[in-house]
Design a binder for this molecule. Structure first.
Ligand code: PLP
Ligand code: TYF
Length: 392
């Protein structure tokens, strides 16, 4: 049986981890995979997460199964964090293994409900989006998103392409902190996108993996909240990997907003999908998140630490843009300071990315996406000088 299997393409982002590890140079710099790192290059367990783990360890009396949808308290806390108050009647939700699990379950739900629908993806997008859609045998299309010249959003392209979406198609939008570009829609542009989707009769599907990493916890949910308020049906796949720093706990949620009259059936279908794929979702990370969001002191401390993380990335963006100005004697990399989230796509060629890796030991994704959090005060000028040398 297994002899018929062919090798599968590897994830280019994850491949970089091994390449970096195997590079013997101690000057090497890792700007690859999207994991937050502090000034010492560490990905610490957040203070509130540690405290919540202690609480859980002390108070947990059983590890028996939870519900198929996960703990109701987790789902409610996540709906509250993402959407605010007022969605209990409209929101069906399931805990999932990470944001990826939520995306996968959302796509399976779409496949069950609308097998002929096309899922529209931004060009570019996170590579796992097209990969999972292809694996599920679903139809997909792309809308223009990134302007290679300005390194901002090609908004005319976005509107033109979304203007071709058919009624019932699904449009996947990054709720904030676009991966891989770092270029994001303004509030006004979001409203225009909503107008187009509404006019076309499309269903918005929001991937929210970086809430709190862009402009702030509330600010990063604003677009999702606007969409939730305007559309009768919305899918939201959210991840706690980054904003709670619990990557390996696999903690996410899928929220399906629907008419209150259909909520119970939609909820039943989400439970069904969990059961088909893995029965009960992981609980440990979800339990920590619930403990933090439900406790005023823990929540305040978590928010404070998340804000420190966000500010440190903003500071790095600012100094990198300044160093690049100096090193290239131009303002053409100023966009780095305007991007938001962990990533910026620099707009370098693949050959330049290879040169940075081979000659300078600087590792970034092949499309020239850098993880801002991989930098620190010492390495920012090194990166700027190397970019100036390679692309100046
Ligand atoms: N969506 C995007 C755009 C991402 O960058 C990520 C990666 O972290 C995810 C979803 C899901 O992440 P995870 O499955 O680790 O929660
Ligand atoms: O884009 C990133 O770097 C993160 C982490 O298969 C990631 O989203 C990358 C690849 C992958 C899973 C997570």
């Amino acid at each position: 049986m297994l002899e018929v299997l062919n090798p599968q393409p590897q994830d280019k982002i994850l491949q970089l981890i091994a390449m970096f590890r195997d590079d013997p140079r101690d000057t090497k710099i890792d700007l690859g995979v999207g994991v937050y790192k502090d000034a010492n290059g560490l990905t610490p367990v957040m203070r509130a997460v540690k405290a919540a783990e202690k609480q859980v360890w002390e108070s947990q009396t059983t590890k028996s199964y939870t519900g198929l949808a996960g703990e109701p308290a987790y789902n409610a806390a996540m709906v509250g964090m993402i959407l605010g108050e007022g969605y209990a009647e409209r929101a069906a939700s399931v805990a999932t293994p990470g944001g990826t699990g939520a995306i996968r379950q959302a796509l399976e739900l779409i496949k069950m409900a609308a097998p002929g629908a096309t899922v529209w993806l931004s060009n570019p997008t996170w590579p796992n989006h097209p990969s999972i859609i292809k694996y599920l045998g679903m139809k997909m299309a792309e809308y223009r998103y990134f302007d290679a010249e300005t390194r901002g959003v090609d908004f005319a392209g976005v509107l033109e392409d979304l203007g071709r979406v058919a009624a019932g198609d699904v449009v996947l939008l990054h709720g904030c902190c676009h991966n891989p570009t770092g270029a994001n829609l303004t509030a006004d542009q979001w409203a225009q996108v909503a107008d187009v989707l509404e006019a076309r009769g499309a269903v918005p599907f929001i991937d929210l993996a970086y809430q709190g990493f862009g402009d702030g916890l509330e600010e990063d949910a604003a677009a999702t909240r606007m969409i939730a308020a305007r559309f009768p049906e919305v899918l939201i796949a959210a991840s706690c990997s980054k904003n709670f720093g619990i990557y390996r706990e696999r903690t996410g949620v899928l929220i399906a907003l629907t008419d209150p009259a259909r909520r119970a059936v939609v909820q039943g279908n989400l439970n069904f999908l969990n059961r088909q794929n893995y029965s009960f979702p992981p609980d440990h990370g979800a339990r920590l998140v619930t403990a933090i969001l439900e406790d005023d002191a823990l929540r305040a401390d978590w928010k404070a630490e998340l804000e420190e993380v966000r500010q440190s990335m903003l500071g790095l963006r600012q100094t990198l843009a300044e160093e690049l100005r100096r090193a290239t004697n131009s303002d053409r990399f100023d966009f780095v300071a305007h991007h938001r989230g962990m990533f910026s796509r620099l707009g370098l060629t693949e050959a330049q990315v290879v040169t940075l890796r081979e000659d300078h030991g600087i590792y970034m994704v092949g499309d020239s996406r850098i993880n801002i959090a991989g930098l620190n005060a010492r390495t920012v000028p090194i990166l700027a000088a190397a970019i100036a040398k390679v692309a100046g």
